[in-house]
Each structure stands twice: as structure tokens, then as C-alpha cells.
Design a protein around this ligand. Structure first.
Ligand code: ATP
Length: 345
């Protein structure tokens, strides 16, 4: 199997599309870590330019072992470019990093990395087990371990009873499950999943969440690319949001989404209301909407009583923190505004 990468080099693809030949990449900055306990991914100031387009404008981040890391961004933000660079499929213009403690592009390390690309197609004339056996060969899985390993991944993705069926007869959802199985053959230490649930129905998505949790429980790190923000919110330990080639927010969901907040829509709110409800948290007023951050959820009825006591007519109360989708739209919008401001200046 082979493919032309973004730089138009021909690369031989191994398990799940991981290149098994090619260069060891450009010089790597001095990141000090020992392979055994090194982070799954550590990159520093990674940049990629395609002619006039700056696809990545200095990406720095670390993904720990056994962590589920969500990598999010709008179309064209640089997500696929980042994954290609991390897999050694394209060369950075500058910057670099390490995967499982080894320089990006290290051939031996590629055997310990699984990859489910967003768009893929397996040979329709092969049976599911044969596709997996091919990838087991490519990573050099010892013959004695192969049967148990293939049974394990087939069971994990829910294809055990279709192992002997031709891939050409698989539905889109079944193909996606097979792709996931290919990425997990040989229990890789790091797995890249690009939109793993895009072809799945709601029940299939729940299954994939379970698979991701199981893979994490086995100690593998997962780098998850998805536009389905609710899915990301449900499974990721940490997330990074990229916009225009740069990380605009990174951290745990608590870090990125902030403290829980309560929003109250009511008539009769005025600036004096803010002072009256300061004891509940940090209030702010926007038209007829009062937002209080850092409020103890048990005190929501007391807050409502205090507002009603001041003559406010409550029309809605929304308790809980903002969704990842709201935060995403906010951050990406701000990055766009900043770029537009910079361009206008
Ligand atoms: P999407 O969510 O739509 O898949 P993305 O975040 O994965 O988007 P990239 O595919 O990494 O975004 O693209 C980032 C930018 O780099 C875009 O402006 C894109 O046009 C450009 N780009 C990516 N690959 C190439 C290439 N091989 N040649 C020229 N420009 C490219």
C-alpha cells in the first residue's frame, strides 16, 4: 500500500496507513525525556507552510501516556496537517518533537502507533480477518500472538461474528469499525483516530466511546480528531482547540470550559441587581440576561428568591457550565476577529 503525501513524496504505508519508510524528519529541538516514561506526544513550535498558506503557525503541546486528547478546530484550522506531521507523512517547515520519546518519523516507533484515517478503503476482496492479518504482518506481530490479538480487536469493535465476511459487503459503519480494529492491532501505545464516529449511528457512537475508554484503560494514549463536540466532551481527558494554525485553548474540560455558571433571563434586572447578588458568585449583566459564575448549584433557588424579592420577573434559569460547542464557537470567532483586525491594521 502506498500514498502520495502533502509534499508529494511516495511513502509506503504500514498498519492503518502509518508510513513504514521515509526520512526521519528534520532536526528535533532538544526535548529532554526518556522513552520509557516520555509523553505520548510532545511537540514544540511546529510550523508548516504550503506556499503562501501557513497551515500550522507554531503548534506546541504535550499529550501524556494513557490520555484521551481531543484535537478540535474548524475546517482548515490545520488539524490534518498536524496529524500528517506527527505521523511523519509530511515534513515541518520548522519546529519538531517526539512521539513516545523518539524523534518524529522514527521507524521502530511507528510500529507502536495506530492510525484510523478519516477517509480510507480496504481491499473489498479480502475478509475482515485477512485485512487485520495483513496489518499484523506489517507491524511484525509474532505469529504465535496473532490469533489472540486479532480475536481481541475483532471482539473489541463488535465484528467477531463478521470476521470471515468480505469487506466489500460491509456497511459504512462496519468499515469504520474495521478501521478502528486495524488501528488497534498489536495494542499500540498511541492511537490517532480521525473522525472515528462519522459513519456510525447513535448506538455505534456509544460503542466507540466504550472502545475508547477500554483502550485508555489498557494504557494507550488516544489523539482524537472530531467535529462531534459532544462526543469529545464525553470521552476526552484534555482538549486543544486550534484555529488558524495555533492552539487557542488547551487543558482539561474544566480548564477550557471554566467554572459552572448560572444564567437567568428576567425582566426588571438593572445594574443595582449586580451588587445585590454578589454574595452568590461573580455576576455580570448583558441586557435581560444575568450570568453568575462560580455559584454553588445548591444556591440556585436562593438566587432566584433574591431576584424575585427585588421585583424581577424570571423567564428562564439555565444552570450548568457552557457546552464545548459554545466555547468552541466563542474561541474560534475570537481568533477570526483577531485575524480580521490584524489584516485591517
Ligand atoms: P478540515 O477540518 O477541513 O479537514 P483541517 O483542520 O484538517 O481542516 P488542514 O487540512 O490541515 O485543515 O489544512 C490547513 C490549511 O493548509 C488549509 O488552508 C489548507 O488549504 C492548507 N493545506 C493543507 N494541505 C495542503 C497541501 N498539501 N497543499 C497546499 N495547502 C494545503
Amino acid at each position: 500500500m502506498g500514498a502520495l503525501d502533502g509534499d508529494y513524496r511516495f511513502v509506503l504505508l504500514g498498519p492503518g496507513g502509518i508510513p513504514v519508510s521515509g526520512s526521519s524528519g528534520p532536526a528535533v529541538p532538544a526535548l529532554v525525556s526518556r522513552p520509557a516514561d516520555a509523553p505520548a506526544i510532545e511537540i514544540r513550535d511546529l510550523r508548516k507552510r504550503y506556499g503562501r498558506i501557513e497551515a500550522l503557525a507554531g503548534l506546541t503541546m504535550t499529550v501524556g501516556r494513557g490520555e484521551v486528547f481531543g484535537f478540535l478546530g474548524p475546517n482548515g484550522a490545520g488539524k490534518t496537517t498536524a496529524v500528517k506531521l506527527l505521523l511523519g507523512l509530511a515534513r515541518p517547515t520548522s519546529g519538531g518533537g517526539r512521539i513516545l520519546g523518539a524523534p518524529i518519523g522514527d521507524l521502530a516507533t511507528r510500529r507502536r502507533v495506530g492510525y484510523l484515517p478519516e477517509l480510507f478503503r480496504y481491499q473489498p476482496w479480502l475478509r475482515a480477518r485477512e485485512v487485520l492479518a495483513l496489518h499484523a504482518d506489517l507491524i511484525g506481530l509474532p505469529r504465535g500472538e496473532r490469533r489472540a490479538s486479532l480475536d481481541d480487536v475483532l471482539g473489541l469493535v463488535g465484528l467477531a461474528d463478521r470476521a470471515g465476511d468480505l469487506v466489500g459487503g460491509f456497511s459504512k459503519g462496519m468499515q469504520q469499525r474495521l478501521g478502528l480494529a486495524v488501528a488497534l492491532v498489536g495494542r499500540p501505545d498511541l492511537v490517532f483516530l480521525d473522525e472515528p464516529t462519522s459513519a456510525l449511528d447513535p448506538l455505534g457512537r456509544i460503542d466507540v466511546r466504550g472502545i475508547i475508554r477500554e483502550v485508555r484503560a489498557r494504557g494507550s494514549a488516544i489523539f482524537l480528531n472530531s467535529h462531534l463536540l459532544t462526543e469529545v466532551e464525553l470521552v476526552c481527558d484534555r482538549v486543544a482547540i486550534v484555529a488558524r494554525g495555533k492552539v487557542v485553548a488547551e487543558g482539561t474540560l474544566d480548564d477550557v470550559l471554566g467554572a459552572p455558571e448560572v444564567r437567568v433571563r428576567a425582566d426588571g434586572l438593572d445594574p443595582d441587581t449586580l451588587a445585590a447578588v454578589e454574595r452568590f458568585g461573580r455576576p455580570s449583566l448583558d441586557g435581560d440576561e444575568l450570568t453568575i459564575r462560580g455559584l454553588d448549584p445548591d444556591l440556585v433557588p436562593d438566587l432566584v428568591a433574591a431576584l424575585v424579592g427585588r421585583g424581577a420577573r424570571i423567564r428562564g434559569v439555565d444552570a450548568g457550565r457552557r457546552s464545548l460547542e459554545e466555547r468552541f464557537i466563542d474561541l474560534v470567532g475570537r481568533a477570526d476577529d483577531a485575524a480580521a483586525g490584524g489584516a485591517a491594521a
